[in-house]
Design a protein. Structure first.
Lengths: 672, 195
């Protein structure tokens, strides 16, 4: 199986080359047999990359240390589940995962469009094959997971302890599914530009694939935050690390596109802008991969430095050049097909929403790359860390939150003063009441006060929208409230699924604002000693150390401290925090000691305990942190994912098409 | 002209040759794998002492000192600040050493800006967690907001262009082709449905 996998990688290279060549040739010469061959090559590439992936998994599970990759990322005593996840622990394995997922996406895109978008599909197939070809070339010539060693070591290095976590088992594949999902909309955009078929036709497929990318990107980011929080031990979930930023950039641009596409669908506007967003999301995904893998920027998540950075940079430059040429030569085909009736309209508010999303993306990209620029200009190394990103992005984020509440309240085309008054009164009242209540309860942090006021306002908007919708259904169909709510969402999935995503956003912002009240304490305790602290809610906590214990587990030596936790005099649990020294099968230490955070989770706050060190036999140095509202980050993310699934549900598209919805602007666009 | 079968045959032969050659070359001696600890030991030489003579009584408490350490970048190679690194990383030797310097300076009566300046003198700007607000690096702070203002100006220009009557003919066919009933239906859909 391993040899088959190894050879399959090379055959996939051949298939991707063939698919790219005949795809473009078939589209250019309009030769159906070449087009069909390119599509079959797409399926074949997927098949061979599946075999290549199975081969590597087999080598990992059999601990075949003759392979450099297996020896570098596993050891004989590594639990089997982590031998499976070691597939994406290193550079070449994760590149193979990229290529494999991309080929799978390509095969699905070709299959689902076998009787649709036929003018576009040759170029879509060819573009996807070209991207796959790039990845397979990088694998074969730059970073081959099947590279062998000249000797077989008795055991491997083992998997980094921080990657031996369930979050790390599912977070990278999710993120890759999101990253790579941007390739399909990019391929459709390239095909639409080449064929000059820039009407609404390509948008339907692009929107669906962008949603897929957005969904996985969202879940990937949230899972990554959870992993960082429970595993890394620094006390937070987002550090504005370059690699975190790289995952955030396509998400921001995809989110902007999912809003602005509505303006093109309904009003025929923003055509240039939408094409730009689609290609930017993909290029940012590639840029992010370049940042992660080139070692150009220091990051705790970076893969080892290697020559693949040059490959990615070259691919990025070529992609930008081709896209810029295509867009520049087709500007006339991208002119708006309708006029704006009023500045006070949904379309205008979406433009500002896009401006803020792209503005945040620019600020994040700028801050991430600025150390390189600064060093080039001043020959002076600087750090761009959380203080910079927070100061720049918090005001932009709050403005975006405000627009999340404003947008749904303004009608398409033109909103009258009377209409605005009617729509805004309720949400503004809810927002100001929330802000006043927070102030009355003693909150004095200006940023947090603004955030909670806006959270109240957006919540008011969402509740009002649901309230009106449910009321309308009850009047029209005589349904009870629950049935009306269910059917309201089921029959308008795109709109109300979007509002559910907004609910998740509100919860996330509320949780982020809670960080303003985070409190940390340095604690040194001997067994039997206790430490008292007051949390942000005014509760009196007491932590009593049960002492330091040391013991061997599966593939590690553990040093643990148990703390009895008392809140306002009542025992509320035991918190265990550990340091783990992992060993290979010969008992040789691998890696530096790893932290296992002790967390007592709660809806109001987490108590987060990190064992920083041990003095002598029984004295532990710890950091105890009260992290308010962290629980809400995970559930806000979950609600966003649920909203995304509701929006993605395919039936909504069919229903809309049946209702004649998608035909609104077709006559004009067909004539164009 | 080369047909598909010949192309595939030629390519397959080439790829097979390459694959065999690479598999064979991979088995040649000269390649190593690190089977020891993957993380190199922390470089304690990255630490540089920051010491000043005491000048008076302390002017900040522990909470302010911890806050100050959040603004100093640990030099061990991580991306964390001194406070977070020293209370997180079991094995870092740099952040505890930097912390000891901070404590000595606090005990010596130095204020937060003075301590930050002392660290900057020794390590340079890289010891700060954010870019300086002077010289070229001020561009880091200004550019996002300048770009945002430019974006707002651009949006306003786009909105004005989209409202320009010159564009009206471009949309007239679609509107003119619709019967009054169709137009009313379209309007209803656009205004009310699926906002």
């Amino acid at each position: 199986m391993i040899l088959i996998g190894e050879l399959s990688l090379w055959v996939a290279l051949l298939m991707a080359t063939w698919g790219t060549t005949v795809g473009f040739a078939g589209g250019y010469y309009k030769r159906p047999e070449l087009i069909a061959s390119a599509e079959r090559a797409s399926y074949a590439t997927f098949g061979f990359l599946l075999l290549a992936a199975l081969g590597l998994w087999t080598a990992l599970l059999h601990s075949d240390f003759s392979f450099r990759y297996v020896a570098s990322y596993t050891s004989a005593n590594l639990p089997s589940i982590y031998k499976v996840t070691a597939f994406w622990a290193g550079q070449s394995g994760s590149l193979l995962l990229w290529a494999f997922i991309l080929s799978g996406y390509s095969a699905i895109a070709v299959w689902t469009n076998r009787s649709r978008n036929r003018e576009l599909m040759p170029y879509v197939t060819a573009t996807l094959s070209a991207i796959t070809l790039f990845f397979v070339m990088t694998l074969c010539f730059g970073s081959n997971p099947y590279a062998r060693l000249d000797w077989i070591p008795p055991d491997g290095t083992g998997l980094n302890p921080q990657l031996q976590n369930p979050g790390m088992a599912i977070h990278p594949p999710n993120l890759y599914l999101g990253y790579i999902g941007t390739a399909v909309p990019f391929a459709f955009a390239i095909a639409a530009l080449i064929t000059r078929r820039l009407d609404a036709g390509w948008l339907a497929a692009v929107r669906r694939w962008t949603l897929v990318s957005w969904f996985f990107n969202t879940t990937g980011i949230i899972l990554g935050m959870w992993w960082a929080y429970v595993e890394l031990g620094w006390g937070g979930y987002w550090a504005w690390d370059p690699v975190e930023n790289a995952s955030f950039l396509p998400w921001l641009v995809n989110t902007a596109f999912l809003h602005s596409i509505m303006v093109q669908e309904k009003r025929g506007m923003l055509r240039k802008w939408n094409v730009t967003l689609v290609v930017s999301a993909f290029l940012l995904a590639i840029l992010g991969t370049f940042i992660t893998r080139s070692g150009v920027i220091s990051s705790v998540h970076s893969f080892a430095q290697s020559n693949v950075g040059t490959w990615f940079l070259s691919f990025l430059v070529i992609s930008i050049a081709v896209t810029a040429y295509l867009v520049a030569t087709r500007l006339n085909d991208l002119e708006a097909k309708a006029e704006l009736e009023s500045l006070v309209s949904r379309e205008a508010s979406f433009l500002f929403n896009n401006l803020l999303l792209v503005g945040i993306a620019f600020a994040v990209l700028w801050g991430t790359l600025f150390p390189i620029l600064s060093e080039a200009v001043t020959n002076n190394k600087i750090t761009v860390g959380p203080p910079f990103f927070n100061k720049v992005n918090i005001p932009l984020g709050l403005a975006l939150l405000a627009l999340t509440g404003i947008g749904p309240l303004i009608a398409w085309r033109r909103a009258s003063a009377e209409n605005l008054k009617r729509q805004f009164t309720g949400p503004v009242l809810v927002g100001t009441t929330t802000g006043a209540a927070c102030f009355a309860l003693g909150m004095r942090d200006v940023g947090a006060l603004v955030a909670y006021t806006l959270c109240g306002f957006v919540t008011g908007t969402i509740v009002q929208e649901f309230w009106k919708g449910v009321g309308a259904r009850r009047r029209m169909y005589g349904e009870n409230a629950v049935m009306a709510l269910v059917r309201l969402v089921a029959r308008n999935r795109r709109r109300y699924g979007g509002y559910i995503v907004h609910v998740g956003i509100v919860i996330l912002f509320a949780a982020f604002a809670g960080l303003a009240f985070k409190e940390e304490f340095d604690v040194t305790l001997k067994g039997g000693e206790n430490y008292e602290a007051v949390d942000p809610y005014g509760n009196q906590w007491r932590f009593v150390s049960q002492g330091v214990s040391r013991y061997d587990e599966l593939n590690r030596q553990t040093t643990a401290v148990l703390l009895d936790a008392f809140r306002n005099g009542k025992h509320v649990g035991v918190i265990k925090t550990e340091k783990r020294q992992y060993m290979d099968s010969r008992g040789v230490p691998t890696f530096q000691p790893a932290t296992e955070v002790g967390i007592k989770e709660g809806i109001r706050e987490d108590v987060y305990v990190v064992l920083a060190g041990v003095i002598g036999e029984d004295t532990a140095e710890m950091r105890i942190t009260f992290n308010p509202l962290v629980w809400w980050v995970w559930y806000g993310g979950l609600i966003m994912a649920i909203g995304g699934l509701i929006v993605m549900w395919p039936q909504a598209e069919r229903r809309r098409a049946q209702a004649g919805y998608s035909t609104v602007l077709q006559p004009a666009e067909q004539k164009a | 002209m080369m047909n598909r079968r010949r192309f595939l045959a030629a390519s397959a032969a080439g790829v097979a040759t390459l694959a065999v050659a690479r598999i064979a070359s991979a088995q040649e001696p000269g390649q190593q794998v690190n089977t020891g600890a993957a993380n190199a030991p922390m470089e304690s030489d990255r630490y540089k002492p920051v010491q000043l003579a005491a000048k008076g009584a302390p002017v900040m408490d522990q909470a302010k000192r911890d806050e100050l350490e959040h603004h100093l970048h640990c030099q061990c190679g991580c991306n964390l600040d001194v406070y977070t690194c020293r209370t997180t990383d079991f094995s870092c030797e740099v952040s505890p050493a930097m912390h000891r310097d901070v404590m000595a300076l606090v005990a010596g009566g130095y204020s937060a800006p003075e301590i930050i300046a002392a660290f900057k003198n020794v390590y340079g700007d890289r010891v700060l967690m954010a870019p300086p607000t002077s010289g070229f690096d001020i561009a880091a702070w200004i550019t996002p907001f300048v770009a945002l203002l430019a974006g707002i100006a651009l949006v306003l220009v786009v909105l004005r262009r989209l409202r320009a009557p010159a564009l009206a003919p471009a949309i007239s066919p679609s509107i003119a082709d619709a019967t009054p009933t169709e137009q009313a239906r379209l309007d209803a859909l656009v205004r009310n449905d699926d906002r």
